[in-house]
Each structure stands twice: as C-alpha cells, then as structure tokens.
Design a protein. Sequence first.
Length: 164
Amino acid sequence: MNSRISAVLPKYTPAGRGVDRAAEDFERSEIRIRRPMTVLLYFVAALLTTGLCGCGDGSVSPHPVDAEVARETLHTVLEGWKSGVELDAWREQHADITVQDMDWHFGNKLQAFTILSGARAVDANLRCDVQLIILDPQGNKSQKTVTYLVGTSPRTTVFREMIP
C-alpha cells in the first residue's frame, strides 16, 4: 500500500478490521456488482440480436422446390429401399441426396409403395403422401400412409414427416 495513504488511513476500520481486509471486502463488493451488470448486458444484447433477426423487408425467401425433380427423387429413394439396399449403403451410393426414414433406418423392408396424388409445394419442399407396405425384421406386414418432405435446393433431401 502507498505510504501516503497508509499515513492518512487509520490502521483499523471502525468495524475492527484491518485496512487491507477492508480493501479486499471493497473489491469483493465491486465484483458482486459487476457480475450481475455483465450478465444483464449480455442478456440485453441477446434480446436485441434475436429481435433484429426478424427485421427486414421479407425479400429473402426459401428456394422454391422443383416439383418434377422432387417426385423423381422420391421415387428413386423408395425404389432403392424396395430393392433391399440398406440405408447406409444407399447413402454411400447417392451422397448427393440426404435421406431420413426411421423404418428404413431400423431395418424394415419396403415391400410396395404408392405415391398418392395431391403432392403440394410448401416453401422449399414438396409434401408427398405415400402409401407404404412394410415388413418388419420379424416378418410382420403393416400398411401405412406417410408424408415425405422433398427438397431440391440448395440440397436434395427426402425426409419422412415424423409427426403427422
């Protein structure tokens, strides 16, 4: 501590603590005040950032789906599954297409499929209803109608809708 300051300050504070201890307490109280202020500043910055993300004139829109390419892609994917190829092997052969289907992933076999009419373009995806006849690993057959979301840009994707 500076000798000029120590000459002016009493050796002990009124609370009976030494000057050095009082200085430590002061620094701790500064930290207690600064930490909530820092958290508050980060919180306000995060709010402003998320608030500004939605601002704009709306000129940015998703790439429109190419319906013909989407239908062909879906047919190609389902034919691959029906032919008995495992999903991982199919992905290696068709790295340009991203596919997600939990039945295929878990080893179920596709016995037959019918792409139903009424596919509709929604933003960057073509929503296609498909009737599937599936055999599980135990040989049990089930029929279900599911919806696939097929995107063509910026990447070709085929995702089965998880929640109808």
